[in-house]
Write a protein that binds this ligand. Structure first.
Ligand code: ADP
Length: 581
């Protein structure tokens, strides 16, 4: 058997539990009741059948004796017969009566003197026991041709009133064939126990043997002999039979014989009357049916579910080649089909994604290179212009020193920029320190305005002693990008710049506004999109980098509707500390 049969899943265990509860337990209870009912009703019916059959047997026997008694009385009441009886007993019975007797099965005719001396017997036989005076019917043991037999007889005194002169005994000889006949008639084993003194014997069941009726309990004997009632036992004849003992009572009320009719205890009958055996069989059948139901359920429902579960687990483990076998044409089959279709779609989507990712990567690399060039071009431009100015021999020596400083600073800035760019691509962690928020703002402005005399800058700071926790270098870079855009917007003719700071709701708000043409409303939502640009030489990364840098410093960068006409940008940072004035 496969190992997985034993390793039941949670669901299988639950199904088994439910099947046990809703099938096996009620089935055991029903099994017990069914066993109880079948065995008791079967036992009842068997007993009824045995009683009916025993009564038929009894009637059969008593019919012989009744006929004999009736015929005896007819003869005894005939004075001619009584007279003839003394001299010619063998011829005393008239021929028609003989024929009637023969028809009735009466084959034994005997005549006795009052002291029970046999005067005449129609059949030569040896009487083993005699009837008792006063008895009207009897079952007697006789031996004929050395074979024990029984005679069911009726005894009539002649004359019937007054002191008898003879006893007329009429009856039938009963041999093994009589018993066989009864057995065939009723289907039951029949035994006839004749009475001898206080005991009862069966001489017909086993040829040459006399079986005494010894095994009856005292109460059973009392019921038979005193109450003259039949006695039923499920363990009769040494527990070989279930059967009925029927007393054969003569007209004087004396028990002359006991007839036993019984059914041998064996086979199906024993199972059907045995509660425990029945219960075990019904339970076993129930358990087998319950088990088969469970297996069928598991096969029909749980197996497909298990396949589905495996499929889902494989998908969850990124195995997009997972498929589920379609085992049936029902809802579970539909589910399996849907799963396979979903897995196929996921496979395609994954392949598409991989291809798109490769393409995007290449494009991003190109755009990044362009952006880098853009960022480097500005400082290099400043360096170029400054160097050109330096080459002029009549240039103011004081300003020359300023230019040299700017060249140095811009070179450093380029190198920082390249470094920052690399760091940005790898997400550089800011080096936080507590700073005055306008420091990077002013520093960047100074650099931006170097050499631009046509720009007028207005400053209005109102943040007081509030300090923020940020990386001044990174913020200067962000401001630099904003100023670059502003100066580009102002163009060669120059214009005005307003820089301001204020404190609101625990935050420092820093604004820059230019007097340029401003940002058209339709492009406002796209300003911070990477690579979004409206300029011919633009890369669209200036604001993206600024946004990322501000965010990395715990602040927020927004484009605001202008207070005047141009573009207006605002950075806001939470106040980290306030310094004493
Ligand atoms: P780039 O400068 O390379 O175009 P940015 O991200 O810095 O990239 O700017 C994106 C766009 O935002 C610019 O192309 C421009 O249209 C607009 N913009 C930014 N700053 C200003 C400004 N001060 N005035 C007008 N438009 C601006």
């Amino acid at each position: 058997m496969p190992r997985r049969f034993f390793t039941l899943g949670q669901l299988q265990r639950k199904v088994l539990l439910v099947v046990s509860i809703i099938v096996i337990v009620p089935m055991l209870v029903a099994g017990w009741f069914a066993a109880e009912w079948v065995s008791s009703s079967f036992e009842e019916r068997i007993e009824q059948w045995i009683r009916d059959a025993a009564r038929a047997n009894q009637n059969w026997l008593q019919a012989y004796q009744n006929d004999a008694v009736m015929l005896g009385r007819v003869l005894a009441d005939d004075p001619a017969y009584a007279a003839a009886l003394a001299s010619r007993p063998e011829e005393s019975i008239p021929a028609p009566v003989k024929r009637i007797a023969h028809e009735l099965g009466i084959n034994l005719i005997q005549v006795y003197t009052p002291d029970q001396r046999l005067v005449y017997s129609s059949i030569p036989l040896e009487m083993q026991a005699l009837w008792e005076i006063g008895q009207t019917e009897a079952v007697l043991k006789v031996v004929r041709k050395q074979k024990s037999m029984l005679a069911a007889v009726g005894i009539t005194p002649v004359p019937r009133r007054g002191s008898p002169r003879y006893y007329l005994v009429l009856g039938s000889l009963l041999g093994q064939d009589f018993i066989d006949e009864l057995t065939q008639l009723t289907g039951l084993k029949t035994r006839l126990y004749y009475r001898e003194g206080r005991n009862y014997y069966d001489v017909l069941s086993r040829p040459g043997e006399m079986l005494a009726l010894k095994h009856l309990a005292r109460t059973a004997r009392e019921r038979l002999e005193k109450d003259k009632k039949p006695y039923y036992s499920v363990e009769a004849e040494n527990a070989q039979f279930r059967g009925l003992y029927m007393p054969i009572v003569d007209s004087t009320g004396r028990v002359e014989a006991i007839m036993f009719s019984g059914l041998e205890r064996r086979g199906l009958q024993e199972v059907l009357t045995n509660r425990v055996a029945l219960f075990l069989i019904i339970s076993l059948m129930g358990v087998v049916i319950g088990g088969l139901t469970g297996l069928l359920l598991s096969h029909l429902v749980l197996r497909p579910l298990e396949y589905l579960r495996n499929g889902v687990m494989q998908l969850a483990g990124q195995n997009f080649n997972a498929t589920v076998p379609i085992a049936s044409n029902d809802e579970l089959g539909d589910l399996a089909k849907a799963f396979n279709a979903m897995a196929a779609r996921l496979r395609e989507a994954r392949d598409e994604q991989i291809q798109r990712f490769r393409k995007d990567k290449l494009a991003a690399m190109g755009e990044l290179s362009a952006a880098l060039a853009h960022e480097i071009r500005n400082p290099i431009g400043i360096i170029n212009t400054s160097s050109a100015l330096l080459e002029k021999p009549d240039y103011d020596p004081q300003k020359k020193a300023e230019l040299v400083r700017m060249i140095r600073e811009e070179s450093v800035r380029v190198s920082n920029l390249v470094q920052d760019f690399l760091q940005l691509s790898r997400y550089r962690q800011p080096a936080f320190e507590v700073i005055d928020p306008i420091n990077p703002m002013e520093r960047a402005l100074e650099l931006a305005l170097a050499g631009r005399s046509n720009i007028r800058a207005h400053k209005e700071f109102g943040h007081g002693s509030a300090r923020i926790n940020a990386d001044a270098g990174l913020l200067q870079q962000a401001w630099g990008n904003l100023y670059t855009n502003a100066l580009q917007a102002l163009g060669g003719d120059g214009g005005e710049l307003w820089v301001s700071s204020r404190l609101l709701d625990g935050e420092v708000r820093l604004c820059v506004e230019d007097s340029g043409p401003g940002v058209p409303a339709e492009i406002m939502p796209r300003l911070f999109e990477p690579f979004f640009t409206t300029k011919e030489q633009g890369t669209g990364l200036g604001l993206t980098i600024a946004y990322t840098l501000v965010e990395a410093n715990g602040g927020r960068l927004e484009a605001l509707p202008p207070a005047r006409h141009g573009a207006r940008f605002m950075m806001q940072f939470p106040v980290f500390a306030k310094v004493e004035a």
